[in-house]
Design a protein around this ligand. Structure first.
Ligand code: GSH
Length: 235
């Protein structure tokens, strides 16, 4: 069975990494069984065969693949008979999803770090806390507490920044068109980050994105099935 190294908190059922959610949702979309192995920041050695030091890392047979975007491209190419990740059929042009990837990573994730970092810190495994605090504080040039000082206002700003998505969904059911694509999963993964990382609903109840999110519930529930499968079950 495919294995995915998946960031976990102190409680191993708490999996909030948006990048890992992208990979889990991609696997679920393809209808592939997988086991999402809990991984913590201090366990870099476990993923070293991939040649990178971030998760997700997927192990498919003897292939180690890191990076959520590369994982999605690999799955679409390696399982061409399964539903396409970038269009109705495998092998479709991924450009629209690449735009979503870059918009979320460069514009929305920086806002969400100010919402989530301190809560995530409190939920981390004790062996991860010192590394997480010092790496994030040196990247921001301020303490986690200062980064998160305006968390409520940043969450409100995040909600407003989603306006282009609401506009797209006025004329089509999914961000990828008539069916969900990896573009949809990139956004859904980001919402999972907020919901699990800081136990806050990322969307206002009245948000017109709520029905779109509900429509993705089946794939999300398949993605969640990979979390909690004992590793020995896939050996
Ligand atoms: N470009 C990578 C980013 C992955 C990433 O940043 N993952 C975080 C968890 S959300 C990580 O593993 N960080 C390790 C660290 O900060 O040491 C992807 O799309 O997979």
């Amino acid at each position: 069975m495919i294995k995915l190294y998946d960031l976990a908190g102190a409680d191993e059922s708490q999996r909030w990494s948006p990048y890992c959610w992208r990979a889990k949702l991609a696997l679920a979309h393809k209808g592939l069984d997988f086991v999402a192995i809990p991984w913590r920041y201090h366990q870099k050695a476990l993923i070293s065969p991939s040649g990178q030091n971030t998760v997700p890392v997927m192990v498919d047979g003897d292939r180690w693949i890191g990076d959520s975007w590369r994982i999605a491209l690999h799955l679409d190419a390696a399982f061409p008979d399964r539903p396409g990740l970038f269009g109705p059929r495998s092998g479709a042009d991924p450009s629209h999803a690449l735009l979503m990837k870059n918009w979320t990573e460069q514009h929305l994730h920086p806002l969400l770090r100010q919402v989530t970092l301190l809560d995530m810190f409190h939920r981390l495994h004790s062996d991860d806390k010192a590394y997480f605090r010092s790496s994030r504080e040196s990247a921001f040039g301020m303490t986690l507490e200062d980064i998160s000082r305006n968390a409520k206002a940043r969450l409100e700003q995040f909600r407003q920044e989603l306006a282009p998505l609401r506009k797209v969904l006025e004329s089509q059911p999914f961000l990828g068109g008539e069916g969900a694509t990896f573009a949809d999963y990139i956004v859904l993964a980001m919402l999972q980050w907020v919901e699990i990382g800081c136990q806050v609903d990322p969307l206002d109840l009245q948000d017109s994105l709520v029905p779109w999110r509900h429509a993705l519930a089946p794939v999300l529930s398949r993605a969640q099935r990979g979390v909690g499968v004992p590793e020995s079950g896939g050996a």
